[in-house]
Ligand binder design. Structure first.
Ligand SMILES: Nc1ncnc2c1ncn2[C@@H]1O[C@H](COP(=O)(O)OP(=O)(O)OP(=O)(O)O)[C@@H](O)[C@H]1O
Ligand SMILES: [Mg+2]
Length: 339
C-alpha cells in the first residue's frame, strides 16, 4: 500500500504501462535536478501526487512542499498570497504573513492549474522567476526565495500561449521538463492492481471482508472510460464496497459516479429496460425507411455496444445525455423501428 502523500516517494509508484513508465522515468530525472517541471494530465490522473513524490524524492525532500492554486485566487488577494504582507499593510492585515514564495524557500512551490492564471498573476510570478526577488506587501525589504517550481495543468500550455491566455515568456520560464500523465483509460493494464489496492483500503475502512471480484464486475470496470481517472476509481471502489454485503463484488455493485447524478437517475427510471430485441417486432413490421427510424436504430446500436452506458453512448453519438434519453424513450414507445 502507498504511504501518505507527504511520505510518498517515486519508488512507491509502479506501473506496467509503457507511457506511464516513461513519465515516471522523467519524474526520476526531475527529482535529481532543480529544473522547472510541467505536469500535464486530465483531472484526477495524479498530478498533485506526482508533484509531491518528485519533491519528496529530491534533495529538497526535507524542505517544504507548498501548493498554490493559480485559478482559485482573486487578483486582490494574489500579491499577499504569493509574497506575504506586513502587519498593517492593508485594512484587516492584523499580523505579518509569509507568502508562498517565502514559505517554499529551500523546498518546492507547486503551481497548480497554471493555465488558468490571471494576467496579473502571470506578471507577478514571472517577475520573481526572472529576478529572484520580491517584497512583502507593506515592506520595502527585498526577499529572495530558492524554491523549485513544479506546475500542473490539464490542457496544453502551448495551446494556451497560442490562444493568448498564457504569456510566452512565463511559459518559457516554466517549461523545463514536461511530463505527460496518461489518462486511466489508456492505462488499462494498471487497473486490476489499482482496483485490488483500492478495494483493500475501502474494505478495511468499511469493515468488510471482500475476497473476490466477479469476472462480470471486473469486465464492467475494465470497459468504463474513467473520465475522472484515479479519483473516480477510488470513489467507485468505495461505493461498490458499500453496496457489497457479501464477500464477492457483483456487477450490480459497480456503480459509477455519473450513474448517481440526478439527471442520470431520472432518465434511468424512464429508460427502456430491457430494450426490445431487434428481431422481436419485425413480424408485424412495415419496412420503415425514414431517417428518424435509422437514427433510432443507430442510437440503440451504440447504446447496446457501450453496455448501456448512457454517458459513453451520448459521447460517441455526439449528443447530450438528455437527447439520448429522449431517443431511448422513443425507441421503447415505437417498440423499436423495423429494418
Ligand atoms: N498512482 C496512483 N495510485 C493510487 N492512487 C493515485 C495515484 N495517482 C493518483 N491517485 C489518487 O487519485 C486521486 C487524484 O490524484 P491527484 O489529486 O494527484 O490528481 P490531479 O491530477 O492533481 O487532479 P486535479 O486535476 O483534479 O487536480 C487522489 O486521491 C490520489 O491519491
Ligand atoms: Mg491536483
Amino acid at each position: 500500500m502507498q504511504p501518505r502523500p507527504s511520505k510518498l516517494r517515486l519508488q512507491h509508484l509502479t506501473t506496467n504501462n509503457e507511457a506511464m513508465a516513461r513519465c515516471l522515468q522523467l519524474a526520476g530525472l526531475a527529482a535529481r535536478s532543480d529544473v522547472p517541471v510541467v505536469l500535464l494530465g486530465e483531472t484526477g490522473t495524479g498530478k498533485t501526487l506526482l508533484a509531491q513524490a518528485i519533491h519528496n524524492s529530491s534533495k529538497r525532500g526535507n524542505g517544504p512542499f507548498i501548493s498554490f492554486n493559480a485559478a482559485a485566487i482573486s487578483d486582490t488577494l494574489l500579491e499577499s498570497q504569493l509574497f506575504g504582507h506586513e502587519r498593517g499593510a492593508f485594512t484587516g492585515a492584523q499580523q505579518t504573513i509569509k507568502g508562498k514564495f517565502e514559505l517554499a524557500d529551500q523546498g518546492t512551490l507547486f503551481l497548480d492549474e497554471i493555465s488558468e492564471m490571471s494576467p496579473l498573476a502571470q506578471v507577478k510570478v514571472l517577475r520573481v522567476l526572472e529576478y529572484g526577488e520580491f517584497e512583502r506587501l507593506g515592506s520595502e525589504r527585498m526577499l529572495t526565495s530558492n524554491a523549485r517550481i513544479i506546475c500542473a495543468a490539464n490542457c496544453s500550455l502551448r495551446e494556451r500561449v497560442r490562444l493568448g491566455k498564457l504569456r510566452e515568456d512565463l511559459y518559457q520560464r516554466l517549461n523545463g521538463l514536461t511530463l505527460l500523465i496518461p489518462p486511466l483509460r489508456e492505462r488499462l493494464e494498471e487497473l486490476p492492481a489499482l482496483i485490488a489496492t483500492e478495494l483493500q483500503i475501502a474494505a478495511t475502512k468499511e469493515g468488510k471482508s471482500i475476497t473476490a471480484i466477479h469476472p462480470e464486475a471486473m469486465d464492467k470496470l475494465l470497459r468504463h472510460d474513467w473520465p475522472g481517472n484515479l479519483r473516480e476509481l477510488s470513489h467507485t471502489v468505495r461505493t461498490m464496497t458499500l453496496f457489497c454485503d457479501d464477500s464477492v463484488i457483483l456487477p450490480e455493485h459497480v456503480v459509477f459516479p455519473a450513474d448517481l447524478e440526478p439527471d442520470r437517475a431520472a432518465s434511468a427510471t424512464q429508460q427502456p429496460e430491457p430494450l426490445p430485441a431487434s428481431n422481436h417486432q419485425e413480424a408485424d413490421a412495415v419496412v420503415d425507411l425514414s431517417l428518424e427510424c435509422a437514427i433510432q436504430k443507430h442510437v440503440r446500436l451504440v447504446y447496446e455496444q457501450t453496455n448501456r452506458n448512457q454517458r459513453r453512448a451520448a459521447r460517441l453519438l455526439g449528443i447530450s445525455r438528455s437527447t439520448l434519453a429522449r431517443y431511448l424513450r422513443e425507441v421503447l414507445k415505437n417498440k423499436s423501428p423495423s429494418a
